[in-house]
Design a binder for this molecule. Structure first.
Ligand SMILES: O=P(O)(O)OC[C@H]1O[C@H](OP(=O)(O)OP(=O)(O)O)[C@H](O)[C@@H]1O
Ligand SMILES: NC(=O)CC[C@H](N)C(=O)O
Ligand SMILES: [Mg+2]
Length: 502
């Protein structure tokens, strides 16, 4: 996942894009970039780092114009440490196109070969986004007659993109001198919505929080497969460009990725997490009698709504036992296991009095590599807890994700090939309670009956695009180079020993 935003206004947009990116920072912490357009000239600044570090005053001054887009990156393809793979990407023909992408193409390698042999286009990085911008540019070149670009030309090009590209992609692109293009893959795996400001400014963004926080009224979601073209006057043109669109958003957005104050595809992320807490409470009761739990403690940040609801239903006090260092970012989306592990201890610290002599139930939204839970259980014990129970508001993560979450290797996942009891042993807690897959789907799905289903592939191994096999997963993993922390002196990717190998 990454955060993307695009804006068409009648006044300067650099600060507005910056503000929107700050509101989307939780979706990507590794690199950030902004592109603006004045006349036919395009201005760009992108670099590695968080939004606040990437854009200094001098960079902001060098981003003039009333139209633009931006991105915060969480790398899932290519080289995490490479500045040149930060987004947006630029190609000069046709018209001058810049593009930012949230998602992951599953046929990027095949497309790269095809782009070279059939379309005579050179791809200079390992980024799947560079592949995507070149496919879009090539298709736009083919569908456009003359120097004027009509919305129909754009829609025809996007329809061809859908035919060639596989995987997940929510996209914003700027066609210099013409306008802003936004589209979503035919399954709507990654989110994208449109809003409008009081002065008529049109904004397209990954999450509604970016609209709300910059004083734009949410108007609608971009439908799966749909393309929205906003011309330079702010007029919105839209068309369905996919042959068989089906709304199947990624369920992990609701579990962890998105901000709780966002509403994605008609579902409040906060309400989704409350509902997960409710169904999890029922599972806790059947494993640990509530009278054996003295206190429910969330693992900040994302698990809070689920933990709160669970505690209320069980009638057990909810307490804040861990304090989060607000200057450390999200650990899961950091590249490299060593940096993630270090960060858990830097990020969370226990308040001893909440643990001493108590039986505690720790609640997290999800357990993926097990980095957080293993450290946290130990911290609870060190702080004097008598019994440490652990509950996860999501089911075990057993399968790789190929749609824009950086977990492509099964062996990285603590629950892959292990029973719940084996995971419990590894994490070191006294009982481990997981949500079940149907419970999760129902808890979230009932909030919008119009959703056709979810991509829940990391939980159930069913990939909505229907075309993923083990070779694809291996290839996608290979395409993900340089994700290890350069400071990491250990050789192993996962520091948790595999009991089957022991
Ligand atoms: O099993 P793991 O591999 O450790 O991954 C799961 C953990 O990572 C995330 O937290 P993170 O610190 O990224 O963000 P948060 O502050 O939003 O909870 C998530 O909320 C879990 O706590
Ligand atoms: N997480 C994402 O959406 C990543 C986008 C793109 N695949 C990249 O690696 O830059
Ligand atoms: Mg967390």
């Amino acid at each position: 996942m990454c955060g993307i935003v695009g804006v068409v206004s009648q006044g300067p947009v650099n600060q507005l894009i910056y503000d929107a990116l700050l509101l989307l920072q939780h979706r990507g912490q590794d690199a950030a970039g902004i592109v603006t357009q004045q006349g036919r000239k395009v201005y760009m600044h992108k670099a590695k780092g968080m939004v606040r570090d990437v854009f200094r005053t001098r960079n902001m001054r060098a981003l003039p114009g009333n139209v633009g887009l931006g991105q915060v990156r969480y790398p899932t393809a290519g080289n995490a440490y490479s500045e040149e793979e930060a987004q947006p990407f630029y190609v000069n023909a046709p018209f001058g196109i810049t593009l930012a992408h949230n998602g992951n193409l599953t046929n990027a390698q095949a497309l790269k070969t095809e782009l070279f042999t059939a379309d005579h286009r050179h791809i200079n990085t390992e980024s799947d986004t560079e592949v995507l911008v070149n496919v879009f540019a090539h298709e736009l070149e083919r569908t456009t007659r003359g120097v004027q670009l009509s919305p129909q030309d754009v829609f025809a090009a996007v329809a061809n993109v859908h035919r060639r590209v596989r995987g997940s992609y929510a996209v914003v692109a700027l066609v210099a001198g013409h306008g802003l293009v936004a589209f979503r893959d035919p399954f709507g795996i990654r989110p994208l919505c449109v809003g409008r400001g009081p002065d008529g400014t049109v904004m397209v963004a990954s999450e509604s929080v970016a609209l709300e926080g910059t004083n734009h009224r949410f108007e609608r979601n971009v439908a799966p497969g749909e393309c929205v073209f906003v011309d330079l006057q702010g007029k919105v043109h839209a068309a369905q460009c996919a042959e068989a669109p089906k709304l199947s958003p990624c369920i992990f957005e609701f579990v962890y990725l998105a901000r709780p104050d966002s509403v994605l595809d008609g579902i409040s992320v906060y309400q989704a997490r409350l509902n997960l807490g409710e169904t999890l409470a029922k599972r806790v009761i059947s494993t640990v009698p509530p009278h054996e739990i003295d206190v429910v403690i969330p693992i900040p940040e994302s698990s809070r709504p689920s933990a709160m609801q669970l505690a209320q239903l069980l009638g057990i006090p909810y307490r804040e036992g861990f304090v989060k260092n607000r200057y450390v970012g999200r650990t899961f989306i950091m590249p490299g296991q060593a940096v993630r592990k270090r960060s858990v201890r830097q990020k969370l610290n226990a308040i001893g009095s909440e643990f001493k002599g108590r039986n505690v139930l720790l609640v997290d939204d999800s357990i993926v590599r097990g980095t957080t839970s293993r450290e946290i259980v130990q911290m609870a014990r060190d702080a004097g807890a008598r019994k440490v129970y652990m509950a996860s508001a999501a089911p075990p993560v057993r399968f790789p994700n190929v749609y824009g979450i950086d977990m492509p290797t099964p062996s990285e996942l603590v629950a892959h090939g292990r029973t719940v009891e084996q995971v419990r042993e590894l994490i070191g807690c006294d009982a481990l309670i997981y949500q079940d897959v149907d419970g999760m789907k129902n808890a979230i799905g009932k909030l919008n009956p119009q959703i056709d289903g979810f991509d829940a592939s990391c939980f159930d191994g069913v990939y909505v695009t229907g075309d993923i096999n083990p070779e694809d997963i291996a290839r996608i993993n290979e395409a993900r180079v340089g994700q290890e922390d350069p400071l990491d002196v250990t050789t192993s990717r996962l520091s948790i020993p595999n009991p089957q190998e022991a």
